[in-house]
Design a protein around this ligand. Structure first.
Ligand code: AMP
Ligand code: GLY
Length: 423
């Protein structure tokens, strides 16, 4: 059996969960994480390398005889790290899990993603994409919509580029502000779309560009406050499975969304190896695509990986070699729940450097690190989303109960979590 040395890029809870899962594979040689965090250090070797520093990533791949690069977040993909590896002789044989810049436009340009969906008949909200020159068309489109109004910066805006506003006057004002650079270059082009009513879920596949395998379905909780109130965050918790994503709904997802997306990538000459994350709205039982991401979700990954009954190294190798259909992928029937412990104040200004206690008191749950830093023997907060506590249990109720019992064992000044994840 040949073993693969893997370099995983990223430093969040998602990467900690990916590292946890990769480390369980008998196919793994050595695992490196760049830059990683104190949690990933339990599963591999952290390297002080920024994922956006392609020269340093390339050098690390050479130095550590890397066979596979797994890209956790979208920025390096949109910036072309897969193309960079393919074009650099010293690393061109490295398997890259993540699309080329062309494929990453599914996430990097919402205007591109909407045009792709329209072209391939994939259900999504009606929309128009405009720039400053076509603001009149944008205003006319707004006039034809009922509130609330959905305005999206087309480019990457660190998860902040979507505005949902209640009045036409506010929508007109915000449209102008976005085109004027409210989100920098990202909002020089704006997608305006119909508001869809329904319940959201996150569907993930691994694809080799022709075949695909579904991973467990998840739901994330984006708002900071209980009852889905307050500011949007990077995610306050997640669960898997999702009751509303039943077999009938998932059959429609496979047929109307996943299959035409993968076929569309192939038809459009966009080779694609890696994850596709479909942000879906269930509108009266029918799936609509809210967004594509070209990577796994955070904090969905923390609930998805424990339920994934497949060898992740084998699955990703199959994706890189066009054989993803040959891998057995099953889902653990048990439920997973993840609760994020954040720094007080997040997603607005928050403190870093507070001492975290109690992680070693956690029983029968997994703690995935996100915003943490080691200082000798001490563990300190180092980000807004600090830790994810995940439990796999026979029922969602049990998974939640154990997760929350363990969340209570973790202490640092200002620690905050939502109490209604999965409820
Ligand atoms: P995004 O950044 O694309 O994930 O959008 C952020 C959030 O805005 C989504 O998760 C949805 O909750 C919401 N959203 C985006 N587009 C729509 C839409 N067309 N209708 C209703 N809600 C939407
Ligand atoms: N949880 C949503 C995301 O990762 O974009």
């Amino acid at each position: 059996m040949n073993h693969l040395n893997i370099l995983l890029l990223g430093s969040g809870g998602r990467e900690c969960a990916l590292a946890w899962k990769l480390s369980q594979s008998p196919r793994l040689g050595r695992l490196f994480i760049a830059p990683g965090n104190p949690g990933t250090a339990a599963y591999g070797t952290n390297l002080a390398v920024s994922p956006m520093d392609f020269a340093a990533v390339t050098q690390a791949a050479v130095d550590h005889h890397i066979d596979m690069l797994v890209v956790g977040s979208e920025d390096p993909l949109v910036a072309g790290i897969a193309d960079h590896f393919a074009a650099t002789p010293a690393v061109s044989r490295v398997m890259v899990v993540g699309p080329s810049a062309a494929g990453a436009r599914l996430e990097g340009s919402k205007a591109f993603a909407k045009a792709f969906m329209q072209h391939h008949g994939i259900p999504t909200a009606r929309h128009i994409a405009i720039d400053q020159q076509h603001i009149d068309q944008g205003l006319a489109f707004l006039d034809g919509q009922r509130p609330p109004f959905v305005l999206k910066a087309s480019g990457l805006a660190a998860g902040k580029g979507v505005l949902i506003v209640d009045t036409l006057a506010e929508a007109r004002t915000q449209l102008q502000a976005m085109l004027d650079g409210k989100f920098g270059q990202a909002s020089r082009e704006v997608v305006i779309e119909q508001f869809l009513h329904g319940e959201e879920c996150s569907v993930f596949v691994v694809t080799d560009g022709r075949h695909w395998q579904l991973l467990p379905v998840a739901k994330d909780y984006k708002r900071v406050g209980e009852g889905d109130t307050g500011l949007n965050t990077g995610g306050m918790g997640s669960i898997s499975p999702v009751a509303m994503a039943d077999e009938a709904f998932m059959a429609k997802v496979r047929q109307r969304v996943v299959e035409p997306t993968v076929a569309g990538l192939a038809a459009d000459g966009l080779p694609y190896c890696g994850f596709i994350f479909f942000g879906l709205m269930n509108v009266d039982g029918d799936p609509y695509v809210i967004e594509y991401n070209v990577r796994m979700g955070d904090p969905e990954t923390q609930s998805v990986m424990p339920r994934l009954q497949a060898d992740l190294v084998e699955l990703l190798e199959a994706a890189a070699t066009g054989r993803v259909d040959e891998v057995a992928v099953a889902t653990d029937p048990r439920a997973a729940a993840t609760v994020i412990v954040t720094a007080g104040g997040y997603p607005e200004a928050y403190r870093k450097g507070d001492q975290i206690d109690g992680v070693d008191q956690v029983k029968d749950s997994i703690v995935f690190h996100a915003g943490t830093r080691a200082d000798g023997d001490r563990l300190l907060t180092n980000g807004g989303r600090v830790l994810a506590v995940t439990t796999l249990a026979p029922t969602l109720a049990e998974a939640l109960e154990r997760t929350y019992a363990n969340v209570e064992r973790i202490h640092f000044d200002g620690a905050y979590h939502r109490n209604d994840i999965g409820r």
